[in-house]
Design a protein around this ligand. Structure first.
Ligand code: ATP
Ligand code: SF4
Ligand code: MG
Length: 354
């Protein structure tokens, strides 16, 4: 349980991101600053032990969201608005130095490329143990714990793996090492940013299954980031769909897969082989994703690619009516005029037939 819990706080809350906006400030040759939004008004919550997915296509802002939690944003980017609450504590304004006691200890992150995250000159086991030593464990305890983690992450011969260098291990093994390293301090939250993208398909499934098993066994909450809904569909309890810097839909996984609302979510679902038959028509997403610069001038960022607005003839509304992420059904949120209950008449909500 989170250490600073008191009676007025949600004891189950691990992560609560409120209205998070991230912007880049680029300087031109004349030192004039140009600010562009990369993530806007993002809300996301994860409870104790939950397995939550953040999905969306390349460039939509998934990694920046993860990096902002870990205080690892690129130099030109910063949080321009909103809060990141971890275990009921606002960590948004914590300095990098103060965040060090949380990073790798209470929140861990694994990235998509296992090779670049491991030191090629150090034995795998030592690197795992060092993650524990960095947070106060003595060498002997850390080494013992590292062996335990190797067993837990499915290695049949942990002693041998402990003494191997990264170059002697396959991609899948290296990713297991990173998972062991990320979990050695029993964090409350693990962020896995595309952890299987660099691996081949059979290994991808193994790694995702391992994350799922560890989530159940250790009770670690997981935020799994992926551009592929197929990867997350079977294991996450909640899915957030991101498009062009914004959450455009979120709900429980079951609700999202059986009753998707936003046309982009529907297009994503059609990429899942088993669910393909549930929707009558395959959609080809033509049109452009707006650039970072174009985003702010657009009401709906999906406008250019959206067939739904033509079907139900609401293009004007899509362009001019202020869009928000609204609760369409219980715990099911969507950002689309066609389902907007507060400011639309309900007849437009038939847009779900797309
Ligand atoms: N260091 C940087 N400098 C300039 N722009 C950046 C930088 N890092 C990210 N961006 C831009 O910010 C936007 C969001 O990037 P982000 O890495 O979060 O996307 P993503 O959703 O993780 O994509 P992917 O699935 O490809 O990993 C993109 O348009 C990207 O080009
Ligand atoms: S707001 Fe309009 S353009 Fe945007 S997704 Fe909904 S129907 Fe399509
Ligand atoms: Mg990314």
């Amino acid at each position: 349980m989170c250490s600073n819990f008191n009676n007025t706080e949600n004891k189950d809350s691990i992560l609560n991101i409120e209205n998070l906006s991230i912007q880049f400030d680029f300087k031109n040759l004349f030192s004039k600053t140009r600010s562009v939004p990369a993530v806007e008004n993002l809300n996301l919550s994860i409870n104790k032990g939950e397995f939550v997915a953040l999905v969306g296509e390349s460039g939509c802002g998934k990694s920046l969201t993860a990096l902002s939690i870990m205080k690892l944003l690129p130099k030109a980017a910063h949080i321009s608005n909103g809060k990141i609450i971890f275990c009921n504590k606002n960590i948004t304004t914590l300095s990098k130095k103060d965040f060090r006691s949380i990073s790798g200890n209470e929140i861990s992150i694994i990235f998509q490329d296992p090779m670049s995250s491991l030191n090629p000159l150090k034995k795998a086991g030592i690197q795992i143990a060092e993650a524990a030593i960095a947070h106060g464990k003595d060498k002997k305890t850390a080494e013992k714990k590292a062996m335990e983690m190797l067993k837990l992450t499915g290695f049949k011969d942990p002693q041998n793996i402990y003494n191997s260098y990264p170059s002697e291990l396959s991609g899948g093994m290296k990713q297991r090492i990173l998972i062991a390293m990320a979990l050695i301090n029993e964090p409350k939250l693990l962020i896995a940013d595309e952890p299987t993208t660099a691996l081949d398909v059979t290994i991808q499934a193994e790694i995702i299954e391992l994350l799922f098993k560890l989530n159940k066994k250790l009770g670690t909450a997981v935020l799994l980031i992926s551009h592929d809904l197929t990867v997350v569909a079977n294991i996450c309890s909640k899915i957030y769909v991101m498009y062009s810097g914004e959450i455009i839909e979120n709900s429980s996984t079951e609700e999202l897969l059986t009753n998707p609302l936003h046309p982009y979510t529907k297009a994503l679902i059609q990429t899942i082989p088993d669910l393909e038959k549930r929707l009558s028509k395959l959609t080809v997403l033509s049109g452009n994703v707006p650039s970072l610069e174009e985003r702010s001038s657009l009401n709906c960022r999906f406008y250019d690619r959206c067939e739904l607005r033509k079907t139900v003839n609401i293009s004007e509304k899509c362009r001019h009516q202020k869009l928000q992420l609204e609760e369409y059904d219980k715990e099911h949120f969507v950002r689309c005029c066609s389902y907007c209950m507060k400011s639309n008449d309900k007849t437009l909500s038939s847009g779900g037939n797309f």
